[in-house]
Design a protein around this ligand. Sequence first.
Ligand SMILES: [Zn+2]
Length: 223
Amino acid sequence: MPLKYSAFSLLFLGTILCGCATPGSGLVRAPAGSLQSPIIDSNISLAEALRKEGPFEFKQRQRLLDVLYYSFDGKIHKGQLVIDERLLGDIREVFRVALENKFPITSVIPISDDRFFKNGKWNEDDQSMLANNTSAFNYRVVTGGKSLSRHAYGFAIDINPVQNPYIKGKVVLPPGAVYDTRKPGTLTRDCPVVKAFIRLGWIWGGNWESLKDYQHFEKIPPL
Ligand SMILES: [Zn+2]
């Protein structure tokens, strides 16, 4: 047998043997960033997600929800959201709509994640906004005020703050953000995500008159 055939035969035989010798090698592993194997943006416990200071009566109704979303890298990611237990169904439905429509979301990471702990304190909202992170429960006061925010109750969610800033007069948060409805990940009246929230009875900060909070949705759940 000429050498080239025997080399070919060995290669062929080797392939077969390799395939037989490794159980399950015929299975194709789902690529990272698919529905079966999403990129993990957050994987903490409820206790960790609630470790920032706050009264027990505010924390006791919060739940940690795993969410899947299409991100700006074109891949499927998995994150976590802390929200009042009575709003879990609404949030599941909105994320289903977002995924179905490939509405890109940068990340969904609870506010008490280490990544938002800076200079010895939970400088969380600023850091989260700058990172374009989507989050819900956060025991804090309203922006520019003293009363408790709906986020303190787990009744509100902020989505893609960089594309959807808070704008009041000259104050823009996060600083330097621009609301440009042509950009992917921007929430507008016609966006399926906004429509889903409105259909479920949520209020959108993009509809407010005195200020615009395009990233913000809130709903006081029925008792
Ligand atoms: Zn908000």
